[in-house]
Design a protein around this ligand. Structure first.
Ligand code: PEP
Ligand code: MG
Length: 592
């Protein structure tokens, strides 16, 4: 192992996307991107040859990806990464990609590399306008696929990743799924990349393997060299290149501390979240992919509190069939170790997710034809999904959740369609669960205002604070320029949550919360004090929040809420709550 003693220590900040501490040896991935030659074909008679060359590069790329998939399928079956490879194969087969590139060659008389680059740039332009973070980041899939074709055009066939030593921390601009699949995961301690966000491939893969990762670190590939000692703190979002021995010692301690806590948390993860005064809180896991269910069970989820089904539509140019929907939902509801599955009907909107003419671009997609509004216009699409959910409900306890309900008419129309689908299934002799609960997301302020009326029409409420905060405070939830105003503890937000819980309980229905707020330990006491029955969150934080719940009383949570409701600014509340939590948990919220 080369020590980095002679080089200076550099601390870089990024976004922590997979928690934990890694200390290892940097392994820099520099993808030998084929240089792009751009030239005009000297003679139009060469056009046919150029198209043939492009076609061959496409074919070679596909064979390579199929080969990688074949090699890894047995070991990693079911992993998200395999699915992502399929997405890349789909991109290679995309008619648009082919047609557009061939047209560029023909119309402009240019070489295949240049023509392909123009096509990929066009995709990038389209993706950059997409509101949704996850989808915007998917442009990297098109880039990866494009790079592979370019390498094949240049006759570079070899893969770039080999010889990763023990204890490696992988550094790169971004890592393609093919990159990660070819690594021996057990040798990898951590990931640190320049690109990416919470939903990038690196983040998904890192969380799936529980490897600490930090993304979005400017200049990491310029600052780190292969062989450098490197620390990745996925919890704090920090990376330290060439740490001095004292820093290494401190981080070794932090790593030990983290692992001990994680171990003890995991050991107790299946215990219920019951307060000292015997108040039971249900714990749900939010999932986007079926692959996350195993982690939800391991981390002690009682049920799936939110399955965001719109992720099924990602990267597809054709709609999934009812059968595909059914198989996915069946897999979710019959999973062992969870007591129920809350399947949210798709929250598609604007021009997101599928290249289908029905989804026209909008000026303001979050307030546009989104979620239930879109479903009520595309009834066949909606009914297909509902049929699949109901069919799956025969295999396990299922709750159906409708997003973005803003008024009674919308709800009644939704229920009418839901009942119609049930009738059709009955008529056709197709079985479905007899006790499927039907609930709505409360995430639009108007729904809060009429919550009493809505509560009489449904079996449960699930509060979506991500959107509720956005619409109440008029703060775009993905705009970093106004993120300082995105305040979950704003008195208005707390009052809305309180109102929903009261309305729900008056009508005798359960109220859960599935926005990001539910997974933040600092807010747990407030949420319990407000009376929520279920908290649904990213599975990784469940053990920590369960432990916290087991060490408090519901009585003190209510007292805290009573006090908090007397404040009229978010910062006073934040200060008061943090101070209270710190005193109670002795500066060790990390441990909870
Ligand atoms: C929410 O709005 O809080 C929510 C859980 O839904 P999503 O984040 O999918 O909009
Ligand atoms: Mg929402």
């Amino acid at each position: 192992m080369k020590t980095g003693e002679q080089r200076r220590t550099i601390v870089l900040q990024g976004i922590g996307v997979s928690p934990g501490v890694a200390i290892g040896v940097a392994h820099l991935i520099r993808r030998v991107d084929a240089p792009i030659s751009r030239y005009q074909l000297p003679d139009r008679s060469l056009i046919a040859e150029e198209i043939r060359r492009f076609r061959k590069a496409l074919k070679d790329s596909e064979s390579q990806l199929l080969e990688i998939k074949r090699k890894f399928r047995d070991q990693q079956e079911g992993l998200e990464t395999l699915y992502i490879l399929d997405v890349h194969i789909m991109i290679l087969k995309d008619k648009m990609l082919y047609k557009q590139t061939v047209q560029n060659i023909e119309d402009r008389g240019i070489n295949a590399e240049w023509a392909l680059r123009m096509t990929v740039d066009r995709y990038r332009e389209v993706f950059s306008k997409v509101e949704d973070d996850y989808l915007r980041e998917r442009v990297s899939d098109v880039e990866y696929a494009g790079q592979r074709i370019l390498r094949n055009l240049a006759g570079v066939h070899h893969e770039t990743i080999s010889g990763i030593g023990e204890n490696a921390v992988i550094i790169g601009r971004d890592l393609s799924p093919a990159d990660t699949m070819q690594m021996k995961v057990e040798k990898i301690q951590g990931f640190a990349t320049e690109m990416g966000g919470k939903t990038s491939h690196t983040a998904i893969v890192a969380r799936a393997y529980e490897i600490p990762a930090v993304v979005g670190i400017e200049k990491i590939t310029a600052e780190a060299r292969t062989g450098d000692i490197i620390i990745v703190d996925g919890t704090a979002g920090a990376v330290i290149v060439n740490p001095d021995p004292e820093i290494i010692r401190r981080y070794e301690e932090k790593k030990r501390h983290y692992e001990t806590i994680e171990d003890s948390l995991l050991k107790n993860a299946r215990k219920t979240a019951t307060t000292l005064d015997k108040h039971r809180v249900l714990m749900g896991a939010n999932i986007e992919f079926t692959e996350e269910i195993a982690s939800a069970v391991k981390h002690g989820a009682d049920g799936i509190g939110l399955y965001r089904t719109e992720f099924i539509y990602i990267n597809r140019d054709r709609l999934p069939t009812e059968e595909e929907h059914f198989c996915t939902y069946k897999k979710v509801v019959e999973s062992r170790g969870i007591r129920w599955s809350t399947i949210r009907t798709f929250d598609l909107g604007g021009d997101k997710f599928i290249s289908d003419a029905r989804l026209a671009p909008e000026m303001n997609p979050v307030m546009g034809l989104r979620a239930i509004r879109f479903c009520l216009q595309e009834v066949d699409l909606f009914k297909g999904q509902l049929r699949a959910i109901l069919r799956a409900s025969a295999y396990g306890k299922t709750k159906v959740l409708f997003p973005m309900i803003s008024g009674m008419e919308e709800l009644r129309e939704t229920k009418r369609i839901f009942e119609e689908v049930k009738k059709e299934l009955k008529r056709d002799g197709i079985p479905y669960g007899k006790d499927v609960k039907m609930g709505i997301m409360i995430e639009v302020p108007s729904a809060v205002i009429i919550a009493d009326d809505l509560a009489r029409e449904v079996d449960f409420f699930s509060i979506g604070t991500n959107d509720l905060i956005q619409y109440t405070l008029a703060i775009d939830r993905v705009n970093e320029r106004v993120s300082y105003l995105y305040e979950p503890l704003h008195p208005a937000v707390l009052k809305l949550i309180h109102r929903v819980v009261e309305a729900g309980h008056r009508a005798g229905i359960e109220v859960s919360i599935c926005g990001e707020m539910a997974g933040e330990p600092v807010y747990t006491m407030i949420l319990l004090g407000l009376g929520l029955d279920e908290l649904s969150m990213n599975a990784l934080v469940i053990p920590r929040i369960k432990k916290l719940i087991r060490s408090i009383t519901i009585k003190e949570c209510r007292k805290l809420v009573n006090r908090v409701m007397t404040f009229n600014t978010a910062s006073e509340i934040e200060f008061f709550v943090r101070d209270c939590m710190r005193r109670k948990f002795k500066d060790d919220l990390q441990g909870h």
